[in-house]
Ligand binder design. Structure first.
Ligand code: FE2
Length: 230
C-alpha cells in the first residue's frame, strides 16, 4: 500500500514533532504493509518550500535506511485552495498531482474554478478529505461537480473506520458507494493522532465496495502517482 497524505516529516508543520516521532510513525506504517509514504506537510510555499521539504525527505530516508525500517518517503505538499494555483509546481512525488485542502467549514464559491484552472494547466488536483468538510457533510453530492471537472477525492482512513464519528463515516460511505473516491490516505500527524495505518480502512471499504475496488484506492491509484503503473 501507498499512503499519499501524511505529516511524517519531523518539525516541519503540525505533524511529527521530532525525528523519534517520525521513526515511530514509519515503523507503524511499514508493519501495516505500507511501502511508500508521500510526505505532505502544510505549505505556504515560503517557509515550507521545496528545498526544505526535499532536504527533510532525504534526511528521513537516510535515517530509515540506517535503522533498517523498510519504508520509502517521497516529497509532497498539502496546499490551501487559495494558494494552490500559485503553488501548482508543488506536486506530490514529482508527478502532475497536487493535494488541495479546502477550508473545513465550507466549500469556496470558486472551488470548481480552482480545480478547472489546475486541470487546464495539466495538473491532477486531489481534494484532501472532503468528507470532513461541513458543506460536503451536509450535501455529499456537491462533490459531483468537482469530480466532473477533473478533481479526484481522497478520504481519510479514520473517517472510513468511524474514528471521526458516525456522520463523517456515513458521508465517507456514501462517497465510496457512489464511486466518488479515488484514494484512501492516513493524514496521520503522529503515532496516535490519526494513526499511520491503512489496512483497517481498506478492510472497511472492501466490505462496502468489494476488495478489488478497495485495493484500487490504496494500491493501484497511488501507484499511478509514483509512475509504477499496474
Ligand atoms: Fe493533512
Amino acid at each position: 500500500m501507498i499512503d499519499i497524505h501524511c505529516h511524517i516529516l519531523p518539525g516541519i508543520d503540525d505533524g511529527a514533532d521530532r525525528l523519534q516521532t517520525s521513526l515511530a510513525m514509519a515503523t507503524m506504517a511499514a508493519r501495516d504493509g505500507i511501502t511508500t509514504v508521500i510526505a505532505t506537510p502544510h505549505t505556504d510555499g515560503v517557509i515550507v518550500n521545496q528545498r526544505v521539504v526535499q532536504q527533510a525527505v532525504d534526511q528521513l530516508n537516510t535515517e530509515l535506511t540506517g535503522q533498517g525500517i523498510d519504508l520509502e518517503i517521497a516529497a509532497g505538499y498539502e496546499i490551501p485552495a487559495e494558494l494552490v494555483c500559485d503553488l501548482q509546481s508543488h506536486t506530490i512525488a514529482d508527478s502532475c498531482y497536487v493535494l488541495v485542502e479546502f477550508p473545513h467549514q465550507y466549500l469556496p464559491e470558486d472551488a470548481v474554478e480552482t480545480l478547472y484552472t489546475l486541470v487546464q494547466a495539466g495538473k491532477k488536483p486531489i481534494i484532501a478529505h472532503p468528507e470532513r468538510n461541513a458543506s460536503v457533510l451536509r450535501n455529499p453530492d456537491l462533490l459531483r461537480e468537482l469530480v466532473a471537472v477533473g478533481g479526484m477525492v481522497q478520504l481519510t482512513a479514520a473517517s472510513v473506520t468511524g474514528d471521526f464519528g458516525p456522520d463523517i463515516q456515513h458521508c465517507a460511505n456514501y462517497l465510496l458507494r457512489n464511486q466518488l473516491v479515488h484514494f484512501l490516505a492516513t493524514d496521520s500527524h503522529s503515532p496516535t493522532f490519526r494513526k499511520p495505518v491503512l489496512s483497517p480502512a481498506r478492510k472497511a471499504a472492501a466490505r462496502l465496495i468489494g476488495r478489488e475496488e478497495a485495493d484500487r484506492l490504496v494500491v493501484d491509484n497511488p501507484k499511478v502517482i509514483l509512475n509504477k503503473s499496474v
